[in-house]
Design a binder for this molecule. Structure first.
Ligand code: AMP
Ligand code: MN
Ligand code: MN
Length: 326
């Protein structure tokens, strides 16, 4: 594994730290996806095998399509009052601890472990195990499981496979490397339930979600000679269809998939803030564009939160994309 900066910890250093601690809070990012949750659940399951105490913290709760994940019913937005002083907070799949949300109590850097694969991770932890070439944070966790020597059972395997399938878009994105496929095959042999992951995360849609998709598609706009496609969703569209924010998660990929489109943006003006999802076919770095507006992500998939009006957000994102070569 090529380490992207000299300050990246080794798997051995991280495992030594894990063995020293007695309790863990696995922290996932706001509006969680299968990677941030699956990575934390997989490592949490392994730590429990070692007799450790594990809490799964998530500010926004588990989305409907991820409730099938092993231990998902244990995820909580409330931390117990009796956590020991040596508790390690393990942040999975976020380039900065602030992505955990504004309700996590203050944590000393000394008690933060950063496990991630994003570009531009702020290396905020005491230890930072950030492997940018990995397809998911779950596959970063796999390095730790091997070093820990904990056997990968069906539950852990399902969690890790869910992280891979989430972040590769069901093995479709360019991060679907031979290594990712080989690991996935190995996880299936160990009992990972690929059928359930496919059905729960990718296939089954609420009728309300499909109706919302229709409205978002109706509102599509094209710019820059047809290479840029964007659309929006707002509270009124949710109310009209009976859908909610969870039903918007993968819609941006439909926009990106339109013929001739290099870059797509979906503006989600919901509950007083605008969350923007960006996707690229690889010609343009949307992580760099998102970072110009305080967001982040990956070369082909990035996001940001814009505070202001929808038309301002659309203009600001357009300018950021143009600055990155659109
Ligand atoms: P999404 O469009 O929400 O699926 O996010 C795509 C990618 O961008 C993921 O890797 C996210 O972690 C990242 N991302 C989304 N929103 C933000 C944000 N506000 N700040 C930093 N990274 C973000
Ligand atoms: Mn994520
Ligand atoms: Mn990820």
């Amino acid at each position: 594994m090529i380490e992207s900066t000299p300050r990246i910890a080794s798997a051995r250093e991280v495992v030594e730290e894990l063995r020293r601690r007695s309790a863990f809070v696995m922290v996932s990012h706001v509006k969680p996806d299968g990677d941030t949750l699956g990575a934390g659940l997989a490592l949490g399951l392994a730590l429990k095998r070692l007799g450790k105490r594990v809490i799964y913290y998530q500010q926004d709760g588990v989305p409907r399509n991820l409730r099938f994940l092993p231990e998902a019913d244990l995820v909580t937005a409330t931390l117990p009052a009796d956590l020991p002083a040596d508790t390690l907070y393990v942040f999975c799949d976020m380039s900065d601890w602030r992505r955990a949300g504004d309700r996590l109590p203050a944590v000393d850097r000394e008690n933060m472990l950063d496990i991630d694969h994003h570009l531009g991770n702020s290396l905020f932890g005491k230890l930072n195990f950030v492997l940018e070439t990995e397809c998911s944070t779950g596959t970063v966790v796999m390095h730790l499981l091997r070093e820990l020597g904990v056997p990968v059972d069906g539950k852990i395997a399902t969690c890790i496979l869910a992280t891979i399938m989430t972040d590769t878009g069901g093995f479709m994105h360019s991060n679907t490397t031979p290594d990712a496929l080989e690991l996935s095959a190995d996880l299936m042999r160990r009992g990972a339930d690929k059928e359930e992951i496919t059905e729960e995360i990718f296939l089954r849609k609420r009728v309300a979600a499909t109706k919302l998709l229709g409205r978002i598609v109706d509102a599509m706009q094209f710019g820059h000679g047809g290479r840029y496609c964007y659309s929006h969703v707002d509270d009124a569209m949710l109310a009209a269809t009976g859908a909610d924010g969870e039903d918007t998660e993968d819609v941006v990929n439909t926009l990106r998939g339109q013929e001739g489109v290099d870059v797509a943006a979906l503006f989600k003006a919901i509950d007083g803030e605008i969350r923007v999802s960006l996707r690229s076919n690889g010609r343009l770095n949307v992580q760099a564009a998102a970072q110009r507006l305080g967001g982040g992500g990956h070369f082909r998939a990035a996001g940001l939160t814009y505070l202001g009006a929808l038309d301002e957000a659309i203009a600001a994102v357009d300018a950021a994309l143009v600055a990155e070569g659109l």
